[in-house]
Design a protein around this ligand. Structure first.
Ligand code: 6PG
Length: 468
């Protein structure tokens, strides 16, 4: 018996993906960095073990696969990927493909693709979203690499992916690092959306003294409407869950210190490198960073105690503001994707990205169908932010956001992502900005020159002679 595909790494995501592949009827060879876990996994797989071949070494794995071989890696991003590539590359034959399905930095994927191409091997960077549940029952899959390497993979990937009205939420999006870049930006948007939901929770908790369950039922009602999304759904559930040990709402016993593995930060770094600023994502990454500084925050609270006064937030305003902020976060994410696609000549189809995010992934939401339609129609200046379909929601939602953000600010309640969303929106609807002043300053102290509104060319201000 030979396998169509091999999978290395039987951690949470690897195991779930392996069972998903086996369940769809493909023969899959599996191995892990700890070969003793292979038997354990096969036993736990039950009837699905019929489609699984356990390999205890790299040689066994390669021998179990029918060429051209496809080898999926689900191991922690970084050195583990390089180590496996080094072990397997000499054993593989030209035309074989290594698929990195972890959350890799796309720069590494580009490097690995180039190195392996020189050895006649394909390297595919594949973003997989949806957590453990998604990996087991249908994730969203973002593939990048040589287009021809997707041909043998496609039937497997489409079979295991989530479906939106029958359409597999998986596709080849571009060469080399395109798939991992799209996944990185997906995670960046995920950070922003999570932060915005957390900010609403914070306003209700600290501004109104609302109980978690009440916020949970509010979120549940929002999830039934235009704010419908996976993150809204789980937030509603989280807020209504009680801790087993204490019986308290579980959110009340969880430490306010957020972790991060890097994808949100990479989105921000890449955005800045591309001359963009995904400010809502940046706010979310920053908020996680500040959250880690827990002791200092306690000192700060003692030194600058907040106003204990309560305030109220209109529920419709909150919902409208959250929807507009979510549109803004997506618009910023897609702008980073557009800039990267141009820079690296990936030719990413933005409408298709939105389509494959409609199911399976963590940021799946009712908005994504409208976003893919928007990308397939004429967008003013090519900007998602200006899509006619979102005009009313943005007009209404940013008005609501002004009321929410100003109340929060007056009350001393931090809303970094909402504030960032509003600042960007207002900047993007101001034809005459204020960087004429910055240009003048640059010219004044550094003779950097500026462009004029009324004449072509580069110019200096009247201070030029005085300064010389
Ligand atoms: C997904 C998630 C997944 C994972 C991230 C979260 O799309 O399924 O984004 O990739 O949960 O690693 O990243 P942080 O640990 O940085 O929050």
């Amino acid at each position: 018996r030979e396998a169509n595909v091999g999978l290395i790494g039987l951690g949470t995501m690897g195991s779930a993906l392996a069972l998903n592949i086996a369940e769809k009827g493909f023969n899959l060879a599996v191995t892990t960095l700890h070969p003793d876990r292979v038997d354990e996994f096969l036993t736990g797989a039950g009837e699905l073990a019929e489609n699984l071949i356990g390999a205890k070494s790299a040689e066994e794995m390669v021998a179990a696969l029918t060429p051209p071989r496809s080898l999926i890696l689900l191991v922690p991003a970084g050195p583990a990927v390089d180590a496996i590539v080094e072990t397997y590359a000499p054993l593989l034959s030209p035309g074989d493909t290594i698929i990195d399905a972890g959350n890799a930095n796309f720069h590494n994927t580009r490097k690995r693709a180039e190195e392996l191409a020189a050895r006649g091997l394909n390297f595919v960077g594949m973003g997989v979203s949806g957590g453990e549940e998604g990996a087991r029952n249908g994730p969203s899959i973002m593939v990048g690499g040589a287009k021809e390497s997707y041909v043998p993979l496609r039937p497997v990937i489409e079979a295991i992916a989530a479906k939106f009205e029958g359409d597999p939420c998986a596709d080849w999006l571009g060469p080399d690092g395109a798939g991992h870049f799209v996944k990185t930006v997906h995670n960046g948007i995920e950070y922003a959306d999570m932060q915005m939901i957390a900010e609403v929770y914070g306003l209700l908790r600290d501004g109104e003294g609302a109980a978690p369950t009440d916020v949970g039922t509010l979120f549940e009602s929002w999830n039934a409407g235009k704010l419908n999304s996976f993150l809204m759904e789980i937030s509603a559930e989280i807020l209504q869950a009680n801790d087993d040990a204490t019986g308290k709402p579980v959110v009340d016993v969880i430490m306010d210190k957020a972790g991060q593995k890097g994808t949100g930060r990479w989105t921000v770094i890449e955005a800045l490198s591309l001359g963009q600023s995904a400010s809502t994502i940046e706010a979310a990454v920053g908020a996680r960073g500040w959250s880690a500084d827990r002791e200092a925050r306690a000192t700060g609270e003692n030194l600058f105690p907040g106003d204990a006064g309560k305030c109220e937030f209109d529920r419709t305003d909150l919902a409208d503001a959250l929807l507009a902020a979510r549109i803004i976060a997506y618009a910023q994410g897609f702008q980073v994707l557009t800039a990267a696609s141009e820079e690296y000549e990936w030719g990413i189809d933005m409408a298709r990205v939105a389509e494959i995010w409609r199911a399976g992934c963590i940021i799946r939401s009712a908005l994504l169908d409208d976003i893919s339609d928007a990308f397939r129609s004429d967008l003013p200046d090519g900007r998602l932010l200006f899509a006619p379909a979102f005009h009313d929601a943005l007009t209404k939602g940013t008005d609501a956001m002004r009321r929410i953000v100003s109340t929060a600010i007056l009350q001393g309640l931090p809303v970094p992502a909402f504030s960032a969303a509003l600042a960007w929106f207002d900047s993007m609807r101001q034809a005459r900005g204020t960087t004429n002043m910055v240009q003048a300053q640059r010219d004044f102290f550094g003779a950097h020159s500026f462009e004029r509104l009324d004449q072509p060319g580069s110019h200096h201000g009247p201070w030029a002679q005085k300064n010389s």
